[in-house]
Design a protein around this ligand. Sequence first.
Ligand SMILES: NC(=O)c1ccc[n+]([C@@H]2O[C@H](COP(=O)([O-])OP(=O)(O)OC[C@H]3O[C@@H](n4cnc5c(N)ncnc54)[C@H](O)[C@@H]3O)[C@@H](O)[C@H]2O)c1
Ligand SMILES: [Zn+2]
Length: 401
Amino acid sequence: MRTTWTFHSAGQLLFGRHAVRQLGEIADRLRAKRVLVVTDPLLLKAGLVEEVHVPLSEGVVVVEIFSGGEPEPSIRAAEAAIAKARSFHPEAVLGLGGGSNMDLAKVTATVLKHGGHPRDYVGDDKIPGPVMPLICLPTTAGTGSEVSAAAVLTDTDNHIKVGILSNYLRPRVAVVDPLLTVSCPKKVTADSGIDALTHAIEAYTAVDNATFPLPAGERSVYQGRHPMGDMLAEKAIHLIALHLRQAVSHGEDLDAREGMALAATLAGMAFSNVGVALVHALEYPVGGATHCSHGAGNGLLLPFVMRYNLPARRKEFAAIARLLGEDVAGMDETQAAERAITAVERLRADIGIPTRLRDVGVTEAQLKGLAEKAFGIKRILRVNPRAATLEDLEGILRSAL
Ligand SMILES: NC(=O)c1ccc[n+]([C@@H]2O[C@H](COP(=O)([O-])OP(=O)(O)OC[C@H]3O[C@@H](n4cnc5c(N)ncnc54)[C@H](O)[C@@H]3O)[C@@H](O)[C@H]2O)c1
Ligand SMILES: [Zn+2]
């Protein structure tokens, strides 16, 4: 029986419109005179790199840009970022982008400090000490990578996403400026927004901290459900219910963008301590096989996994229904819990997330192999409130086909 829990986040969180203007001071406080910005060609074109470059160079910072980021980045993209960093010798690495670029920045900061290859750090708690100072600026409202302990890469040889998990991957500074998300296209807004909802729901319905099944001798940054995670997840779910539809349909609405930016960061704080669970375990192989985005894959799978988990988490699902704005007055707990699932299905439809695995190209013949791959991701599966068998996983995928 576990009797203690911990909470970790970014060293500092700076939140609000125009927060990006304080980057010069931030670099100064980190004593970083040379900053490598890790980003991608689209953000360069959208002018977001300029927004970062100006305040940094107003200080006395020398800036180098790596713009070879890509969605769901491959290990090869990480190798390219590391090569650029090795020739530039930065004193801090800045990730500018969605989860993809922020994760590349995290891997770069790790390998630059500790040597080796990204693959050496895949798994739980494999990074031996602090990484190079990291500043992360999300341009999507989704992953929470700006506060999280994770970096996710795509292993293109094995068609699966691989995760590096370590509290050393938490950025020294997270700068969340909602204005950076305004240029997000509808699909990116929808996909990353439902990813944030998945983080919050998986954290809120995770296995309890007191009974978290961590085998003796193993360490994990995930620790099961605890009160601080609950509080953050509740707020995130409520904000997403209020703002996600509007952020997708009216991307210029700054209140909606700000609400989503806050929700994503809070959900990141929740899941990166409590854990993500079965939705993410299934999405890793599905995403690796189909190249559908992480958020779209999660959004697709979320209601199917909720249905599987419902018997173990009725009270929590009923609370989620209320947080999502459902009127559950007079219903018993099971009926109210069901409403959480239908509310997520409606939200998913309203923002245009695919609803069946076949829509993203999965065939029946693939289901067993996908289930087997997901079944191997124990560090995530053990966070789930129900201990899923291989047959359970295949069944969930079949129900989603
Ligand atoms: N580290 C973590 O804790 C964590 C958590 C969840 C997911 N992830 C990973 O994050 C990745 C997904 O990240 P994401 O959903 O943020 O999307 P993304 O980073 O893959 O970005 C998607 C696309 O949107 C573009 N884009 C991003 N912001 C934009 C903006 N403001 N204006 C215009 N275009 C913009 C990008 O250039 C890219 O082409 C996946 O690899 C996923 O596995 C990481
Ligand atoms: Zn996610």
